[in-house]
Design a protein around this ligand. Sequence first.
Ligand code: GDP
Ligand code: IMO
Ligand code: MG
Length: 421
Amino acid sequence: MEVDILLGLQWGDEGKGKIVDFLAPKYNVVARFQGGPNAGHTLEFEGIKHVLHQIPSGIFRKGIANVIGNGVVLDPVIFRQEIKELEKLKLNPKENLFISKKAQLILPTHRLLDAANEKAKGERKIGSTLKGIGPTYQDKVGRRGIRVGDILSSGFVGRYEELRDMHCELLDYLKFKYDLIKDEKLFHSAIKYLKEFRLIDSEYFINNKLQDNNSILAEGAQGSLLDIDFGSYPFVTSSNTMAAAACTGLGIPPSSVGEVYGIFKAYCTRVGSGPFPTELHSELGEKLREVGHEFGATTGRPRRTGWLDLPALKYSVMINGVTQLFMMKADILGYFDEIKVCTEYRLANGEITERLSYEMQSQDVQPVYKTFESWSVFDSIPSTLDELPYQLKKYIRFIEESVGVPITLVSIGPDRTETVS
Ligand code: GDP
Ligand code: IMO
Ligand code: MG
């Protein structure tokens, strides 16, 4: 069997949680391969709305193994809170959740460093989620990070204190005031709790599952335009968010990858700083935020909103090798009279391009738009893609032809059932 990958093609919050939950019954394993509690993946079904941060979105489906892979950075305190919320819903994740011993641990001082770095940047801040993601990946690459498996060794507390002391020196250098006592206490009790879970060599687990003919869905976090290499650097997250990261974040060979599902909103949103060529600074943007409930699932921050950006979508499809596109939140555009899509950019020197070139990031680019007629608000759920309103089908066809990949799923509401495929 193969590993199918589902990932966001924009700046995150495309609706990955909803669709992983929707697809999960077709799979034996759902695995997260990068990111950490900066993610907020929302699921809605049977009147329940639930936001997951580190736990894979297959957790609500019976008979599925959920894996937190080696590429993830794990905050044990947030992890315990997430588990407690799931237990309230009568789930028992101790049975079907498996955590890689090679996943990196987020320490309380990583979170403090995240805040201190942002403060030091002032106006140029990234707009990080302040979950300690950047500093934790920095320690991973700096080869001094502490991993989940280390909590089982007798030297753990010593290693922790050594890294903490180094962080404290950095915090003092940055003149950042903090009080660690309460957070450290919570951290150590959460570490004790984490030991009650199945901590595994997840690369063996996943490859053995593959050999035994199990199907695996890899769940991306963030989005391709936040990728550390290909996103709008430095306004990005600190991991590779692209399809290739599923291989390094789970320990699977590229030859095992099957479908690459690329998920995008019918428009665009972004939280945090950085370029956003189609951003609407007008009342239309405000309306998109209100009607689309565009407020962050992790931080509650209002999301910036704008029209669909086709050059950016094509770029994401290119670097990921997307085989199928899923379009989300098509219902929201039904509240508008007409809608726009950016087909190209006009550069400051008048040149028209659809490339997201290196130089472009520092230039003021103007989107070139094509206008479409909108569709009416849905009063029932169509049972096939063919039954969608003709204006929406025209919009879909235009995107498919521009990007060269079929749209095989359209989402028209937050609930599991509001999905047309
Ligand atoms: P993720 O991070 O990619 O999982 O996405 P988020 O959960 O952060 O944000 C997506 C938001 O849109 C959530 O509040 C979902 O419940 C909601 N949502 C997902 N699909 C649809 C849809 O088709 N229509 C509407 N109206 N809301 C949706
Ligand atoms: P999901 O998985 C949207 C953004 C932050 C900030 C930048 C860096 O829910 O789609 P970080 O905390 O990673 O150092 O922040 O990345 N960001 C996200 N935006 N959805 C996410 O995750 C995000 N995770 C990080 O807002 O701009
Ligand atoms: Mg989200």
